[in-house]
Write a protein that binds this ligand. Structure first.
Ligand SMILES: *Cc1c(COP(=O)(O)O)cnc(C)c1O
Length: 394
């Protein structure tokens, strides 16, 4: 069971004087007995610690826990932590593509992933990306060309909370020899197992629930042992987006409470979502755990739980009123990111207004009153009271 795995797997306590908390190997290099010893280490350089850019024992503990969490049906998986979620995304994409290739990606992928594919890699290596809605399999079938090498999913998407049918897309991609990767940050490796559903590479921002305390920036890539070996010795070694041992140590600490934290995030979020959905000043709530979500059934089919990030729309476009609501909240702090212990709120219009005049919002399906909240570990009744009070002031 996951809780037991998180407590024990990857930890050889006898090696560290029985220390119940593993040490931080805060060192860049490891030394060897003699010529043969270092020579043998080079032959096994993705497992044996030689230099922390490739392998660090503290990092390996967290990686083994995450790999165990990601594989439900005995897949031989390997996980590698990276310096950030974007370091994981860029390494996974570069593993899959070369100059002139074509990628199909869901259009609501994480913003920087979208920029990386659409603008940066187009400019740098002539990569072509077709963005699709992703809610129907035909979206992918129609977008695939003979040059397609990679399909990029994010389900549920952390922007609009839409889902893709992961098994169907994986099956289609396999039949055409196309690689698949998914950003599984919203669901976490505990609640959704995309590799079991046929996806080739799973990435996460560990800065969200895996870290869970808003005190780390990190990422992780998970895949078959063979694929991860290739990523470790190429993108890992050459781009060098290595996580710091201290950060890995904090992630190991966090993994021990992942399932308990997610249980609370989930029950809190559902109560908040139900409250918001019934409120007369709310136009709509976007949360995959609500029965009213258009893909609720698909969510139940491919996830074993729901987490705490959701969107909702205030029933007004009047910026003065919107700001009054936003600024009145006491427990929901204003900030980007999500997945920590604390409840947060952000209004996407703050970013959009820097690039677009408000009269263009409607064409793009954006609303001035769109809000995104990360429901934290506080008492749900207090959070609901906070939202209720602020809605009354609006
Ligand atoms: C935050 C986030 C990322 C990027 O992770 P960093 O650790 O911030 O680099 C990628 N995908 C999703 C869905 C995210 O929320």
């Amino acid at each position: 069971m996951p809780d037991t795995l998180m407590a024990h797997i990857g930890e050889d306590r006898a090696k560290y004087d029985g220390a119940v908390v593993p040490p931080v190997f805060q060192n860049s290099l490891f030394t060897f007995k003699d010529w043969d010893d270092i020579d043998a280490a080079f032959d096994d350089r993705t497992n044996r610690p030689i230099y922390t850019r490739l392998v660090n024992p503290t990092t390996r503990i967290a990686e083994q826990k995450i790999a165990a969490l990601a594989g439900a049906s005995g897949l031989d998986l390997e996980a590698r932590l990276t310096a950030s979620g974007m370091a994981a995304v860029s390494a996974a994409v570069f593993h899959a593509v070369s100059a002139g290739d074509h990628v199909v990606a869901v259009k609501n992928v994480y913003g920087p992933t979208n920029n990386f594919l659409n603008s940066y890699l187009r400019r740098k290596i002539g990569l072509e990306t077709t963005f699709v809605s992703g809610s129907a399999l035909q979206d992918f079938e129609q977008a695939i060309t003979p040059k397609t090498k990679l399909i990029v999913l994010e389900s549920p998407s952390s922007a609009v909370f839409s889902l893709q049918n992961i098994s169907e897309v994986a099956k289609l991609a396999r039949s055409k020899g196309i690689l698949t990767m998914i950003d599984n940050t919203w669901a976490t490796p505990l609640y959704q197992k995309p590799l079991d559903m046929g996806i080739d590479l799973e990435i996460h921002s560990a800065s969200k629930y895996l870290g869970g305390h808003s005190d780390v920036v990190g990422g992780v890539i998970i895949g078959s042992r063979e694929r991860m070996h290739s990523i470790t010795v190429q993108e890992g070694e050459l781009f060098g987006g290595t996580i710091a041992p201290w950060t890995s140590w904090l992630i190991t600490r966090s993994l021990r409470t992942l399932s308990m934290r997610l249980e609370r995030h989930q029950t809190n979020a559902l109560q908040v979502a139900v409250f918001l959905e019934k409120h007369p000043k709310i136009r709509q709530v976007r949360y995959p755990g609500l029965k009213s979500h258009p893909q609720y059934d698909l969510g139940c089919q491919q996830m074993s739980g729901f987490t705490g990030l959701m969107g909702f729309e205030l029933d007004t476009d009047d910026l003065t009123r919107i700001k009054r609501f936003f600024n009145s909240l006491e427990y929901f702090q204003i900030g980007v990111s999500w997945g920590g212990h604390e409840s947060l709120i952000y209004a996407p219009a703050i970013s959009y207004l820097k690039e677009l005049p408000p009269d263009r919002f409607k064409d793009l399906g954006i609303s001035m009153g769109d809000m995104r909240i990360s429901v934290g570990l506080e008492d749900a009744n207090d959070l609901i009271q906070d939202l209720s009070d602020s809605l009354n002031k609006m």
